[in-house]
Every structure is written in C-alpha cells, then in structure tokens.
Design a protein around this ligand. Sequence first.
Ligand code: NDP
Ligand code: HSE
Length: 429
Amino acid sequence: MRTRPLKVALLGCGVVGTEVARIMTTHADDLAARIGAPIELAGIAVRRPGKVRDGVDPALVTTDATALVKRGDIDVVIEVIGGIEPARTLITTAFEHGASVVSANKALLAEDGTTLYEAAERHERDLYFEAAVAGAIPLIRPLRESLAGDHVNRVLGIVNGTTNFILDRMDSAGAGYSEALDEATALGYAEADPTADVEGFDAAAKASILAGIAFHTRVRLDDVHREGITEVTSADLASAKRMGCTVKLLAICERAADGKSVTARVHPAMIPLSHPLASVREAYNAVFVEAEAAGQLMFYGPGAGGSPTASAVLGDLVAVCRNRLAEAKGPGESAYTRLPVSPMGDVVTRYHISLDVADKPGVLAQVAMVFAEHGVSIDTVRQKGKDGEASLVVVTHRAPDAALSGTVEALRGLDTVRGVASIMRVEGE
Ligand code: NDP
Ligand code: HSE
C-alpha cells in the first residue's frame, strides 16, 4: 500500500458534507485498504466558519473554497455545496488544478453537465456523481457501466425522497401538506429551497441525468416535462384509493418504439396498489430500468438524507482514488446517439379526470362527445350527484397527451362543466 496519502478537499459541510467527513474519519483504515493508499481530508470549505459541526476538525475549515481547489496538491474535490454557482466554477477550477471531482449536485449536472464533462475530459480527470440521483441507491454506475453493453428503453421511478415522504404522510397518516414538508426538511431530505422538491425541479434534474446516461444522448433540464405535487389534494388521494391506486411523483424516461427519439417527464401519477412502486414509503426511492437483454431491473433504497447520500459519495471517492493510483480514468460522457427529445404532447398514457358538472339530462352524453371528438376513448365513468351538481370521474384508455389537453380545454368551454377539479395520469398498469 502506498504510504503517501491522497488529498481530498470537501466543499460544503451541511447535511451531506458532515456525514462524508464523519465516515472519512471513522472508516479511514478501511477506506485506505480498499483504495490502496490513505486519504487525507486536506480542507473543508463552508460559508459560516463559526458554525459547530460535530466530528469536524475546526482547523480544516475555511471560507475560501477557491484557494482550496487551487492549492495544486488536491487529488479529489468533493462538491456538496449544491446550486449552480459557485459550485460550477469551483468544479472546473478543480479540474484545471489537476483534481478529480465527486459531486452530489444534480441541479448543476442537469443545468450544465456538458461544461463539467468537457472540463473533466480536457484535464483527463474523473467526474463521478452517484449521489446526484436517488441518494444511496447505486444507479448511475449500473447505468454507465454494468448496462453499457445493453440497450435501455425505459427508466421509471420515484427519485425524490421529499415528495414521496409528503405524499406518503398525506395518504397513510392523513397529515397536512405543510406539516409533512416541515418534517421532511427537518430530517434533511429537502433541498435548501424545498420548492425544488415540491415543484418537481429536483426530480426533473434527476430525470435529465438518467435519460442522458440511459439513452446516450443529451437531455437538457428544459427538455423534461415537469409538474410537482403542490396541486395534489387529499381528494385526489381519496379518489386514487377508490380506484385501488395511490399517488406518486414519478420520473419517466422512455425511448420511442421506433428508437428515433426519447421523452422525459416528471409528474404525479396514480399507480395501482399492486405495483411495487406503490409500497415505496417515506423518503425511499425506487427505479425500474427496462433494458433489451437484461429485462426489468428494480433499484430500491433510501433516496435522501445525509448518511445515505454520503454512502454514495464515499463509493465514488474510493473509485476515483483507485483511478488516480492506477493513472486511469473512469467513463466520461456518452452522448453519441444524439436522439431528439419529443414534446410531452407525444406521450401516450391513461388519464383520471375529475369534473364538477351540472346534474341534468344530456350532460354525460355531452361530456362523452368531447372525449370522442378528440379521439380519447373512455374506460370508466363514475358519477355522484348532489343538489343539481354532480362530480364526474372519467378514466380514459391510452391517448396522446396533446389529445387529452385538447379534450380538457374543450370541456372547460362547456356551460354544463362547472370546473375541472383534477387531471392525473395513470401509470404502471
Ligand atoms: P446543505 O445546505 O445542508 O449544505 C450545503 C453546504 O454548503 C453547507 O455546509 C454550506 O456552508 C456550504 N456552502 C454554501 N455555499 C457555500 C459557498 N459559497 N462556499 C462554501 N461553502 C458553501 O445541503 P445538503 O448537504 O443537503 O446538499 C448538498 C448537495 O447534495 C446538494 O447539491 C444537494 O442537492 C445534494 N444532495 C442532497 C441530498 C440530501 O438528502 N440532503 C441527497 C442527494 C444529494 P454552511 O454550513 O456554512 O452554511
Ligand atoms: N431533496 C432530494 C430528495 C434529496 O428529497 O430526494 C436527494 O436527492
């Protein structure tokens, strides 16, 4: 074993960084044995140097992250600050000064992964980011390496722990939305700005990363159709229950049947209680990968939180350090297929639509006609009337999203339709 240590700079020492520092210290001997050289935590960059951080040597703490990555003797930089800047500049500076990088920053990878990949390539260094998608679950490495010989057609799953936690609490414990969000934040699951979680930005960033790797193409964050959970109501959850379903925020990345394009989307969806994703509770994540030769694979585990995320960061650290010692480099970006990303309107799926309508003769026929005119076939209709008003729940067969949008717009124009209470896609059947 080499005795000279590999030097590691830690950028950020919050929920994730604190756990990374702790494991690096407590498991130093095991990590050294696995890597083939000891690792030394050379510095920790933070914003508030005076903050008490359990188990962290205050002598290592600095507010000058730039000076730390420019030292020139750093072998690996771990970036767990989050956000776009200064994280992007710090990472590219780290490459320029000879370090490899491990990052958990999905927002940055989705926003500008190309800049990071290109900088890593230019300086012949590694860029690893297992922790950026689905916390502790090994997913990036299986997609980039284990499935490199296969042909992935679909990636579908729950990739945001916070929203899964909130929906689970609302569904199983009858908790209120805000109360559940506060709990998720206190447990360290939510992003610095939890809007990223509840509005689906975090899951969309992960979908963009997953689709890019799975289909060997570039999928920009803007290419991902995004809807969050802020409009999911307890009435939606109750309606789902009546149908033998539950509601989950799903990320779905698909290659078109003709193989010539891909789609990526994040939105709440009803899934049958019999589907394995329905039993994914709390902040757990689960992702199905469908590949031509392998068939269907399921990845499941803790999707957020300091310690699970640190596990993924440390796994990357070991891999990157091994590469440094071997003077080797892990996989870079693979985007050779250059597949176009189709718009949401082309996606074909089923829908659950709740309407408030006038309860009088001919209304049902009128509503059904609108669906027919837009080529959307109805599977089931349930009506419940009270005092001249009725609530109508329509579940459709599979139809293109554009046709459904046209249907809903036309329904809103009917005098007899008082309102469209909710529209939700139905997946996993
Ligand atoms: P936190 O907000 O808990 O920690 C961020 C850290 O970065 C803090 O230590 C903060 O310093 C430091 N920091 C902020 N700005 C600067 C700056 N300009 N210079 C130096 N340090 C700075 O975030 P998390 O640990 O939760 O998340 C970190 C990253 O990991 C994000 O990219 C996130 O998306 C990702 N991630 C998080 C998961 C989770 O469950 N929390 C799961 C998977 C990925 P200070 O402490 O002084 O404020
Ligand atoms: N805020 C993210 C989540 C952290 O809740 O899933 C893990 O990426």
